[in-house]
Ligand binder design. Structure first.
Ligand code: ADP
Length: 248
């Protein structure tokens, strides 16, 4: 079943240049989708449109049978409950003055979700492989990989249907990256994940489906295995060739 769809969406930060040009794609409930492209191809911009932070210049984004409309407060409230994000930099995305319990609880507070906040935070910490001792500590006490786990705990605490992750592992060293990819893979079994990355290796390891973005246009999309085994577009082949070979 289609969870959301992007239909002929274009976007430019200025009038004279489109950063996204007639993009169409859909995300199926329960399947994970990777959006891949080189730096500057428009991945973060597409994610911003999906989050309702920017409005498409043309085209439509549908969530279920509703249209994403930034001006529709009722819709945006429901949407924020269903969709959460994890950003690239685990150092800047966590407020250094807040305790971990308060950081993770933020979606529960802002969405005014009923129930025990402490219980929900504890469950989220355990789901991302951290112990509940973390609740009373501050971000600077944690490594980059642990911080990214905290950011993921915040994204899942309100049990969203969809998590959007922007280069969620790029800032991490290789062994930490592998472990966070494993965590995301486990979490993706119980929700829908959209992951944006310049790294086809990460997306290939994690996502069921892939969309390849080149300078704001989708050049290829489909099941991950099919795209990795038989890429049709030269740009996709170039991205595959640039993936460092992992030692077997
Ligand atoms: P990616 O995430 O694939 O690296 P972005 O979506 O960040 O790509 O950027 C796509 C294009 O949009 C780039 O040319 C970038 O310079 C431009 N861009 C990104 N953000 C802004 C902004 N706030 N104002 C103007 N141009 C921007």
């Amino acid at each position: 079943m289609t969870l959301f769809s992007v239909e002929h969406v274009s976007f430019g930060y200025s009038r004279d240049r489109l950063v996204l040009d007639d993009v169409s794609m859909s995300v199926q409930r329960g399947r994970s989708l990777g959006i891949v492209g080189e730096s500057g191809s428009g991945k973060t911009t597409l994610l911003r449109l999906l989050l309702g932070l920017n409005r498409p210049t043309a085209g439509t984004i549908r969530f279920g049978d509703e249209t994403l409309d930034i001006a529709d407060r009722g819709f945006m409230r429901r949407y924020r409950r269903s969709v959460q994000a994890v950003f690239q930099d685990p150092y800047s995305s966590l407020d250094p003055r807040q305790k971990i319990a308060s950081i993770i609880a933020e979606p529960l507070r802002s969405l005014r979700i009923a129930g025990s906040i402490d219980d929900a935070v504890r469950a989220a910490l355990i789901a991302v492989g951290l112990s509940e001792d973390a609740m009373e500590r501050y971000p600077h006490e944690f490594s980059g990989g642990q911080r990214q786990r905290i950011a993921i705990a915040r994204a899942i605490v309100a049990r969203p249907e969809l998590v959007l992750a922007d280069e969620a592992v790029s800032a991490l060293d290789l062994s930490t990256r592998v472990r966070i990819v494993e965590l995301l893979k486990t979490l993706a079994q119980s929700m829908t994940l959209v992951l944006v990355s310049h790294d086809l290796g990460v997306v290939g390891a994690l996502c069921d489906d892939i969309v390849i973005l080149e300078r704001g246009r989708i050049v290829e999309s489909g099941a991950t295995r099919q795209i990795l085994d038989a890429p049709e577009h030269p740009y996709t082949r170039k991205l595959i060739d640039s993936v460092p070979r992992m030692p077997a």
